[in-house]
Design a binder for this molecule. Sequence first.
Ligand SMILES: *Cc1c(COP(=O)(O)O)cnc(C)c1O
Length: 226
Amino acid sequence: MSTIAENIENVQNRIKRAAEKVGRNAKEIKLVTVTKTVDVNRIKEAVEAGLRIFGENRVQEALPKLKEIGKIALWHFIGHLQTNKVKDVVGSFELIHVVDSLRLLEEIDKQAKKRDIVQEILIEVKLSEEESKFGMTENGLLPLIERASEFENIKILGLMTIPPFFDDAEKTRPYFKRLCEIRDEAEKRGFRLPELSMGMSHDFEIAIEEGATMVRIGTAIFGERK
Ligand SMILES: *Cc1c(COP(=O)(O)O)cnc(C)c1O
């Protein structure tokens, strides 16, 4: 069994190689270390190895970890977000990856206003009809981005997607390509969307080749989740 520090080094090398393959600088790519189901002691090993951005998908599980690890880390919310949980997420998480409705935008803006902060978000995009349950459809995306840019206490940084799972990771490539195209189309209309959150343990190299600026990686660092 390899240690967490060894896994991290391996993932960082793979990120670097994937970036170099397409002439990108690996510094443009943020590693979001996914710590769902991972206990605080193992997260601390990742902190010691130099990692600083962590992703959690459940508020109740995450909040004690945020408290324990402290300000040294930045936390991203990557799980499906229900409106009634927004109040616990806003302000505690640096970036929310999963905003996919006007209702969520309204609630995030409201909670951010209360705390007098600007909450950074990504819009989650659903690129396949059957497979992913959450995310805004391509057709609904531009109207949603337009609305998002009207809220004073929200800053939209980019887009996120979770493609369907394929044993052959190469099959995810069209989804990553599409997210990048959609971003480019939106930017032509004047929106600034620099961040693309795409790619997980089994397909992050392909996502990087297609333009990912954030990869969300759990298993390749901490091993299989129980
Ligand atoms: C769990 C999770 C990940 C990490 O998945 P791995 O396959 O363990 O790397 C990434 N993104 C989201 C949204 C997740 O829920």
